[in-house]
Ligand binder design. Structure first.
Ligand code: KG4
Ligand code: ZN
Length: 340
């Protein structure tokens, strides 16, 4: 089995996967409650919580899998990008285990973890990775579309400012909804009717024809509209629902605008699969809409299991299985806040 460790943000997670990608255990100690009073993740608190939870979680993962240390053949740990203090806890822990057990360590790019996550199954071996697929990574820290060929991801666009999940979170915070805001907005949007004349949002386009995302305009617009219309978490419920529905639509409208543009600009035969990943991929409205998008184009759409959307170690271990060749001297696993 491969042991996966994820500590890049506010979730301590440990997983054990078999070589075929079968997830034996995926444990997550969420710190959300510790950060909630601050309306966002406090890096110092995150590091301390990881320190406290990491090894007990590793121990429990082995117990839950009825496994021994001898069953662990290699370790995969998120080394980048993320909160540096948080990453260091996971990397140092993984280095210690790798030295102590004399087994290889693979340093994983968190984004690759998300990219491959839609191929993990709830039960049984992972779905074989296609030779090529388009991946939308949409989370609290990232919004990018990738062209993934033979396991190598090429970034086709990125956000110039806020990530889509961050936009959900910041607007939710402004109107007084608890952190994280994405699931809250989704919940309230369910009862809402959409009226783009009442809450006008536009899909931004760049003069240079760039496919990049930009969410700061929608964020500023949403905050202005919420202020003007007195949209509050503890205010008029119908107003809140309508606002959330229209705002959520606007965020997704930009996603599909860019996906369409990427799709039409792809050279040669189109990939057979499109996958979404990251926390925002848990959104039910988006899952329905992208499934429709795929149906009209005859493209297979891969939706990650909800448990593998937000940060988890199963996806890191799975990426580790794809990257076994990169396993190296544990001293070479260096934590970095940025990707490069
Ligand atoms: O992947 P993730 O756990 O962390 C990062 O790597 O950033 O994503 C967390 C993000 C948060 O911004 C959260 O609001 C968003 O995912 N999110 C959602 C939903 N569930 C989580 N956004 C929209 N709808 C949801 N159901
Ligand atoms: Zn993530």
């Amino acid at each position: 089995m491969i042991l996966g460790i994820e500590t890049s943000c506010d979730e301590t997670s440990v997983a054990l996967l078999e070589r075929d990608g079968n997830v034996r255990v995926n444990l997550i100690a969420s710190q959300i409650e510790r950060h909630q009073p601050f309306g966002g993740v406090v890096p110092e608190i995150a590091s301390r919580e990881h320190l406290q939870h990491l090894f007990p979680l590793v121990r429990r993962a082995l117990d839950d899998a009825h496994a021994q240390w001898g069953d662990v053949e290699s370790i995969a740990v998120t080394s980048r990008p993320g909160l540096i203090g948080a990453l260091l806890v996971g990397v140092a822990g993984a280095q210690g285990l790798s030295y102590g057990l004399g087994i290889p360590l693979v340093a994983i790019n968190h984004l690759e973890g998300h990219i491959f996550s839609p191929y993990l199954q709830r039960e049984g071996p992972a779905i074989p990775l296609p030779q090529r697929f388009i991946s939308l990574v949409i989370s609290g820290g990232h919004s990018s579309i990738y062209d993934v060929q033979n396991g190598q991801a090429t970034m086709l666009n990125r956000t110039r400012d806020d990530a889509i999940g961050e936009t959900f979170d910041k607007v939710a915070k402004f109107i007084g909804l608890p952190y994280p805001g994405g699931p809250q907005i989704e919940k309230h949007a369910r009862a809402g009717s959409r009226d783009p004349r009442r809450f006008p949002f536009a899909v931004p386009h760049f003069k240079d024809d760039s496919l990049d995302f930009s969410y700061s305009g929608i964020k500023a617009g949403a905050i202005r509209l919420a202020r003007e219309h007195h949209v509050r978490a503890d205010g008029d419920a119908k107003l809140l629902a309508d606002f959330c529905a229209t705002f959520q639509d606007a965020l997704f409208a930009q996603l599909f605008d860019r996906l369409d543009a990427v799709w039409s600009r792809l050279d040669g035969p189109k990939p057979a699969e499109v996958a979404i990943a990251g926390g925002v991929a848990a959104n039910g409205v988006l899952r329905e809409r992208i499934s429709e998008w795929g149906k009209t184009r005859g493209v297979v759409v891969r939706l990650p299991e909800k448990r593998y959307c937000t940060d988890n170690a199963a996806m890191i271990a799975f990426a580790g299985l794809q990257r076994q060749a990169d396993a190296a001297d544990p001293r070479r696993a260096v934590a970095r806040s940025r990707i490069a």
